[in-house]
Write a protein that binds this ligand. Structure first.
Ligand code: DC
Length: 234
């Protein structure tokens, strides 16, 4: 049996992508790469430098000139990887709510997407990779061997994010998180360039009501059995 070498996992925030992708990559002995960190790192740098995040030229220049690197975890504090921005560890800073609030605006700039997608493609084309994002199956790696689109109801995703934040000792208000998640879904799926959407040949998995273990088992089943549509949608 030939296993897929390039695996694309797309879907909205808190659908369970990063958890299942990390486990899947470890299980297969592949590289796990979460492309959202690149958009977050550019956003953090822009906020720190006081740049206008709506200005495409400035954001494009920033994306081109920043040095970012994603490495295996350098601390045992629950991180999946370590993100370096110009050599500085920003793994947790890129998760701050200010970054959450601005990252969809930054990631809607076509030129920023061009720069970051090219880097992601280069990495993906080496194979043996599980790459996570919004447009991996549609734009970054349209020839991926296996494409999965994970989704869940927005209420459940907001609930998961609320619990995650509280477990990290941060204040979290469900209603606020739900509202911001709806806004981000809207921005990510309605942007003209590389909107968040399932690729036509993606396996769609709805994780609403499923545990992490159940999602992992489902995805392993998909990897082992080839393509099979698991969603209720046509
Ligand atoms: O997965 P995440 O929440 O860390 O992603 C952060 C933002 O980056 C999200 O609002 C959408 C954007 N993003 C994107 O547009 N394309 C990707 N491949 C990955 C993330």
């Amino acid at each position: 049996m030939t296993l897929p070498s390039t695996i694309a996992i797309d879907g909205p925030a808190a659908a369970g992508k990063s958890t299942v992708a990390q486990r899947l990559a470890a299980w297969l002995g592949y590289l796990y790469f979460d492309t959202g960190v690149m958009y977050r790192a550019v956003t953090l740098a822009a906020l720190e430098q006081g740049l206008d995040i709506a200005g495409e030229a400035g954001m494009n220049h920033l994306a081109k000139t920043l040095t970012m690197d994603v490495q295996p975890p350098t601390a045992d504090d629950g991180r999946q990887y370590t993100v370096l921005l110009n050599g500085r560890d920003v793994t947790w800073e890129i998760r701050r709510s200010e970054v959450d609030a601005c990252v969809s605006t930054v990631s809607a700039h076509p030129k920023v997407r061009q720069v970051l997608s090219a880097r992601q493609r280069e990495m993906g084309q080496r194979g043996r990779v599980v790459m996570v994002g919004r447009d991996i199956g549609t734009v970054v790696l349209p020839d991926a061997d296996l494409k999965i689109y994970l989704d869940a109801s927005v209420e459940e995703r907001a609930q998961r994010r609320t619990l995650e934040r509280r477990e990290q000792g941060q204040p979290a208000n469900y209603e606020g998180i739900l509202e911001r998640m709806r806004e981000r879904d809207e921005l990510d799926s309605r942007r003209p360039v590389a909107p968040m959407q399932p690729a036509a040949d993606a396996v769609r998995v709805d994780t609403t009501g499923l545990t992490e273990e159940e999602v992992f088992d489902l995805i392993v089943g998909v990897v082992l059995s080839g393509r099979e549509n698991l969603s209720d949608s046509p």
